[in-house]
Design a protein around this ligand. Structure first.
Ligand SMILES: Cc1cc2nc3c(=O)[nH]c(=O)nc-3n(C[C@H](O)[C@H](O)[C@H](O)COP(=O)(O)OP(=O)(O)OC[C@H]3O[C@@H](n4cnc5c(N)ncnc54)[C@H](O)[C@@H]3O)c2cc1C
Length: 496
């Protein structure tokens, strides 16, 4: 089949009947529900995009020759990474980076997994690794949309990351066809717009937790799967009033596994704790970070462009404001430079598999949870009350209001009231709406907090050069004169 169109994606979703809850109701039809219909169109547009931008987005499947999305590529060369970059940048531009879990995120993740049968097949897990490689072929050829859940729910943080055997997802039985799993996980972003759910490792499991060592993929409407969505941030479709909330609410869902049967050929890890605790530790991060950081860089650039337009609309060229715009631009460029460095220093991790170098991306990942709240703060400071003095499309069109709005709510120079309202409504949707608040939460916590990321990168960062720069002073031979002077001073102190 190969790369799907938006219509084919929507037809696939329409055939599914997942157990999805939002607000006070169980959702009968995801595509028709106001909480989901706007974002469903956007995800469909991402599927259409790969055909519209085929040069950047489509590559032949290495075995069948079918056109597949470049995010499914197992990178075999630097050129593959460059092609993948172009493809993912197109997707990020379509959502201005507001959909963190657009399907390319999981495509890249599974391409990275399939590239490492040496890791997935370790410790006797050859069958799991073979299942995973077969699944990645199916994923790319059927062009499925995946959601994923890798984190245990939080019950009592004083007991660590593992919430206990009754809550964390675990295997309860073997059947003729596979295994039965029970428990819960967080937080499946994109769930209502996914064909299948992926479960794979995150934090290492403690001793004795072998039953929790699971990785698999199953269709969203597998019996026993339940998705509890957070309150919707989606607004009714009105692209003037809510340019972002009406199309980019990708949703986040708590997942319950109420005795769910996973077919044997979909089990990638079924109790092998040694593999579970190891597979995420090497190349997964640098591989997937290429996608997430291209997305983040695009969002930063959007924010800088938006803030610039805001200042132009109200003629604010003050030094204080210009300084903040320069600060935004610096984040854009630091992000671009980190991605460029990681790609320039890409290397062959194992024979025939190329991934970026991880360090620049790890540093950027740890910094972004601080940068993004600051981006919101800057746009809020630049926007001030103007963020709330932005009439709706209906108000602008109302004959009773229009003459007043045109006069009193116009912008600087020849900026009309309509143009000004569009800019500040876009800005409010970016920093002040429910979608905006969720966006900041996402940037703070997706793939762990900044705090946790900083702690990890300090532990794994190569330290040879840094310590050598310091040790030069600590280990240098201070010579006879200096040593004698030290001894003299020590003796004088002893006599006092
Ligand atoms: C909007 C959103 C979307 C998400 N989407 C997905 C998804 O699609 N799939 C998925 O599987 N998960 C998803 N997640 C879940 C995400 O993976 C977790 O929220 C993330 O791992 C953070 O978990 P945590 O609360 O344990 O954070 P932590 O990293 O534990 O941070 C929580 C707090 O503890 C502090 N802290 C962290 N580490 C330490 C430490 N070692 N010592 C002291 N303090 C510490 C931090 O400063 C922070 O304030 C999503 C989360 C959000 C918010």
């Amino acid at each position: 089949m190969g790369a799907r169109t938006g219509t084919e994606f929507l037809e696939g979703l329409a055939r599914l009947r997942p157990d999805v809850w939002v607000g006070s109701e169980k959702v009968a039809d995801v595509l028709e529900h106001p909480a989901f219909s706007g974002a469903a169109r956007t995800v469909a547009a991402l599927f259409d995009l790969q055909h519209e931008a085929a040069d950047d987005c489509l590559v032949p499947d290495p075995e069948t020759g079918e056109p597949i999305n470049a995010s499914h590529l197992i990178p075999r060369s630097r050129a593959d990474l460059e092609q993948r970059h172009r493809c993912m940048q197109r997707a990020a531009e379509l959502t201005v980076g507001l959909m963190g879990r657009s399907p390319d995120y999981m495509n890249v993740t599974f391409a990275g997994f399939a590239a490492r049968p040496d890791e997935w097949g370790a410790n006797g897990n050859e069958e799991g690794a073979a299942n995973l490689i077969a699944y990645q072929k199916l994923l790319r050829r059927r062009d499925l949309s995946l959601t994923h859940t890798i984190i245990h729910p939080t019950i009592d943080k004083s007991r660590g990351d593992f919430p206990g055997p009754d809550v964390a997802l675990h295997k309860v039985a073997d059947t003729a066809h596979g295994i039965v799993v029970r428990g819960a996980r967080i937080l499946a972003t994109l769930a209502p717009f996914a064909d299948e759910l992926a479960v794979y490792p995150a934090h290492p499991l403690p001793d004795g937790a072998d039953a929790h060592a699971l990785a698999f993929c199953i269709p969203m409407d597998t019996p026993g799967l339940k998705f509890i969505c957070r309150d919707s941030c989606s607004t009714p479709r009105n692209l003037f009033d809510h340019p972002l909330s009406s199309r980019f609410d990708e949703q986040d869902a708590f997942v319950i596994f109420d005795d769910v049967e996973v077919p044997r050929d979909r089990v990638f890890i079924g109790g092998n704790r040694a593999v579970y605790n190891q597979v995420m530790l090497t190349s997964w991060f640098p591989n997937v970070m290429q996608q997430t950081m291209i997305r983040a860089q695009t969002k930063l650039e959007f924010a800088w462009g938006l803030a610039t337009r805001m200042t132009e609309a109200i003629g604010d060229f003050s030094p204080a404001t210009t300084q903040m715009l320069g600060e935004l631009w610096s984040y854009v460029e630091f992000a671009r430079a980190a991605i460029r460095a990681a790609e320039a220093d890409a290397f062959e991790w194992v024979p025939g598999v190329w991934f970026p170098r991880g360090e620049p991306l790890a540093a950027l990942r740890a910094a972004l949870p601080t940068w993004f709240p600051r981006v919101t703060e800057i746009i809020t400071l630049v926007g001030s009350h103007n963020l709330l003095a932005a009439p709706t499309a209906a108000q602008l069109a109302d004959p009773a209001l229009a003459p007043f709005v045109d006069q009193y709510l116009r912008g600087a120079g020849d900026v009309s009231a309509t143009a000004r309202a569009r800019i500040f409504r876009l800005a409010w949707d970016f920093v002040g709406s429910a979608l905006a608040a969720r966006g900041v939460l996402y940037e703070r916590f997706y793939l762990a907090s900044g705090a946790r990321n900083y702690q990890v990168i300090h532990k794994i960062a190569p330290k040879e050069r840094a310590t050598a720069l310091v040790d030069r002073f600590l280990n240098e031979d201070l010579g006879v004169d200096d040593t004698a002077a030290m001894a003299e001073r020590a003796a004088a102190r002893a006599l006092r």
